[in-house]
Design a binder for this molecule. Structure first.
Ligand SMILES: *Cc1c(COP(=O)(O)O)cnc(C)c1O
Ligand code: SF4
Length: 351
């Protein structure tokens, strides 16, 4: 792996000219990328920019965050609402697809804008914030539905709120007796680790189980600063899981996936999901086939401890939920072993 070039960046890059000034895109690409920026938000934080090797045209970190003209290409299968969130939104800012859990879209913006984002049509600066009466209505819905056992805070990125707001939302959710689990989905520990202060980590504390699902796709993203941010969350008593997206040109080889999963486990994060890429508009260049994904998940199974095994899942388009994509290992009177060989396995005794 090449030593990443450290750029002395003071602030987040938010448009094509700023990316060109920082040497992350060629100057002549700016007009085309302005067109991309008019549709999809751009943000590259100093922490992320420092990880990019500008000398590598195939850099897997840059590929996740630096826009390209390919995003203007719409494939016939692309969908504006790829996983059907809108079909299951009883009140604004809340998605109730599965009986026992809801998504609370707490905050519209993100520290960075991932070029493959599955919610790219709705996330960005200046979106609707879940505050005031809108937050009251969403929390009233949760309180009125006793079957809701878990609340997943997402967005956008819910770690973009202030510690005071995180503390307030936590307290209000923990005051609902049937809510037993709070889960925060975030890219901040990787993209802006300095935001995960001890004060922020403490703001999530309550007398319920608190999980933080960290989004990371490449082992290089687990920098010493990112690992320290995760340790502050663990020190505050939270459990950490990961979510990664399988992306062409970023992590679609088993050595990279293995290094990613090892880096996550070493940081105290249990790999949770490896997502097959969604049908978000202008993201066809990130997709690979389910067969390729299954082969990678199989190869990972053969290489890494059980602690480093995420479940490889597809969010079935249009809101039909997530399904595991793992290869079928159960055959008639036999199973397939790690090397793909058929091994007999007897049925239980009858009678
Ligand atoms: C992904 C998702 C969840 C959480 O699913 P888990 O499998 O429990 O991680 C809940 N609701 C919706 C609508 C989702 O898309
Ligand atoms: S952090 Fe999540 S919601 Fe935000 S742009 Fe990336 S994938 Fe989308």
């Amino acid at each position: 792996m090449p030593e990443p070039l450290r750029l002395p960046l003071a602030r987040t890059l938010r448009d094509a000219s700023a990316l060109a000034d920082a040497g992350l895109v060629p100057r002549e690409a700016v007009p085309g990328l302005d067109e991309v920026a008019a549709r999809y938000a751009i943000a590259v934080t100093p922490a992320v920019a420092a990880l990019v090797d500008p000398g590598d045209p195939l850099d897997p970190v840059a590929r996740q965050y630096v826009p390209t003209a390919e995003e203007l290409v719409r494939a016939p299968e692309d969908r504006d609402d790829p996983i059907g969130d809108r079909r299951h939104a009883p009140v604004p800012g809340l998605v109730h697809r599965h009986r026992d859990r809801v998504l609370l879209l707490l905050h519209h913006s993100c520290p960075v804008y991932c070029r493959f984002c599955f919610r790219r049509e709705v996330v960005g600066p200046g979106g609707p914030a879940l505050v005031g009466e809108a937050l009251d209505a969403a929390l009233a819905y949760v309180a009125a539905h006793e079957e809701i056992w878990e609340v997943v805070l997402t967005g956008g990125d819910p770690f973009m709120v202030s510690p005071a707001r995180a503390r307030e939302v936590t307290a209000r959710l923990a005051a609902i007796p049937h809510v037993k689990v709070l889960r925060w989905h975030t890219r901040v520990p990787v993209a802006a680790p300095e935001r995960v202060s001890e004060e922020f980590a403490a703001a999530l504390k309550c007398d319920r189980a608190v999980f933080v699902a960290v989004h990371a796709n490449h082992p290089r993203e687990l920098t010493p600063e990112a690992r320290a941010a995760c340790r502050r969350l663990v020190a505050a008593g939270h459990s950490l899981v990961s979510q990664s997206v399988l992306l062409r040109g970023v992590n679609d080889d088993v050595a990279t996936l293995e290094a990613l999963m090892r880096a996550l486990v070493e940081t105290g994060i249990k790999p949770y999901y490896l997502h097959h890429p969604d049908l978000a508009p202008g993201t066809a260049h990130f997709r690979l086939s389910i067969e390729e994904g299954r082969a990678l998940a199989d190869a990972l199974r053969a290489r890494v401890s059980g602690l480093g095994q995420p479940t490889y899942v597809l969010d079935v388009p249009d809101g039909y939920g997530k399904v595991p994509l793992g290869r079928d290992v159960v055959l008639d009177g036999a199973v397939r072993d790690l090397a793909g060989e058929t091994r007999p396995y007897p049925p239980p005794p009858t009678g």
